[in-house]
Design a protein. Structure first.
Length: 318
C-alpha cells in the first residue's frame, strides 16, 4: 500500500484546516462515533485520532496515521498499519501482518464523549438548481435545497440553514469565501451523490462546518469529494468507495468503505513529529524513513522531491 496518496492529498488541500470544537469531544479526533467506527479495506486516514465510544474496526490493507481509541474493542485486520497508539476499554486484536507502531493498551478506562444536537430554524423557500445550471445563494434560512446532476451552487461566507440538502451526481457546491468561513446547518437529510463535490475554490477561510441533525443515513457517494468538517450526532455517516473527505467526521456511526481517503484534521498532519527530529511524520512516511527513529530521516527536501541518503549518495524517492 502506497503512503504517497496521503501526502499528495495533503499537499493539495493544506488550506482546509478545521478548528471546530464539537460538544465535549476533544478536538484532536479526526473521526469520532458514539456507537461504532469502521475503516474499510485499503482506506487511508491521516490527521488526528480515530475514536468511538463503542468498537473500532480497521479493514485489511488500510493505513491509519494517528492513534485509535475505543470504549469497546479494536480490531485491526490483515496487513493494516496504525501509525500511532491503540487504546481500548475492551480487547485489541491484530490480524496477520498488521501492526500498531506506538503503544498498545487494552482493558483500560476510556472516557465516553457525547455529540450534542442543536436546533436548526429553517426558512420557507425551496431552492432547486436544475441540470447544467448554476446559482449563487446568499447566507440565510431556506427550506429544501436540491442541486441536480451537473448543476453548480455557489455559497459565500456566512451561515446557511437548510431543512435538507441533496446534491445530485456530478453536482458541485463551491465555497467562495472571504473573511469568515461557511457554516451549513441542516435540519434533516443530507446527501452527496456519486462524483459530486463540495469544495473551497477561492478565499482564505479557516473552516467549513457542516451540521446535519437528522437520523437518516448520510451518504457520501462514490468518487465524491467533501471539504469541510461534518457533524451528525443522530445519524450514520457512510462514505462510499473512492470518496475523499478533507475534514473531521463526528457522528453516531461512521463507516468508510473500501479505498476511501479521509484527511481528518489537516492541521495535525503538519505538526505531528513523533520522534522530534524536526520532520513531520507524514513526510517521513512518504520518504520511507522511520517516524519513530530520530536518527532515520530524509536527508533533504528539495522543491517537494524527497531525497534519501544512501551509500551511493542522495537517492530520489518521490
Amino acid at each position: 500500500m502506497s503512503r504517497c496518496r496521503a501526502w499528495t492529498r495533503f499537499m493539495s488541500v493544506a488550506l482546509f484546516v478545521s478548528t471546530v470544537s464539537y460538544s465535549d469531544v476533544p478536538t484532536g479526533f479526526g473521526i469520532f462515533s458514539t456507537e461504532e467506527t469502521v475503516i474499510g479495506d485499503r482506506a487511508d486516514f491521516s490527521g488526528g485520532s480515530i475514536g468511538s465510544n463503542g468498537n473500532i474496526r480497521v479493514g485489511s490493507d488500510a493505513e491509519v496515521i494517528g492513534s485509535v481509541i475505543a470504549g469497546g474493542n479494536i480490531t485491526v485486520y490483515d496487513r493494516s498499519t496504525v501509525f500511532g497508539d491503540a487504546t481500548a476499554a475492551g480487547n485489541i486484536s491484530l490480524g496477520n501482518s498488521s501492526q500498531v507502531t506506538g503503544t498498545t493498551v487494552q482493558h483500560t478506562t476510556v472516557p465516553a464523549y457525547t455529540i450534542n444536537s442543536k436546533s436548526v430554524s429553517t426558512g420557507t423557500q425551496n431552492i432547486t438548481v436544475n441540470h447544467n445550471q448554476s446559482l449563487t445563494l446568499d447566507p440565510g434560512p431556506y427550506r429544501d435545497v436540491i442541486v441536480r446532476d451537473r448543476a453548480q451552487l455557489y455559497l459565500s461566507s456566512g451561515v446557511y440553514n437548510f431543512k435538507s440538502l441533496d446534491i445530485g451526481s456530478d453536482g458541485w457546491v463551491k465555497f467562495n469565501i472571504s473573511g469568515d468561513g461557511v457554516e451549513i446547518n441542516i435540519q434533516n437529510g443530507f446527501i452527496l451523490s456519486d462524483r459530486a463535490k463540495m469544495e473551497l475554490v477561492s478565499g482564505t477561510a479557516e473552516d467549513i462546518v457542516i451540521y446535519a441533525g437528522g437520523s437518516n443515513e448520510i451518504r457520501i457517494g462514490s468518487n465524491s469529494k467533501l471539504h469541510g468538517s461534518l457533524t451528525a450526532p443522530n445519524a450514520k455517516v457512510s462514505v462510499f468507495s473512492r470518496a475523499e473527505v478533507y475534514g473531521a467526521i463526528y457522528a453516531r456511526r461512521v463507516e468508510l468503505q473500501p479505498d476511501v481517503f479521509t484527511g481528518g484534521l489537516i492541521e495535525n498532519w503538519i505538526t505531528i513529529d513523533t520522534d522530534n527530529d524536526g520532520v513531520p511524520d507524514v513526510v517521513e512516511l512518504e520518504a520511507g524513513t522511520d517516524p519513530f527513529n530520530p536518527d532515520d530521516k530524509p536527508a533533504a527536501v528539495v522543491e517537494g522531491t524527497f531525497l534519501n541518503q544512501t551509500d551511493d549518495g542522495l537517492q530520489k524517492v518521490k
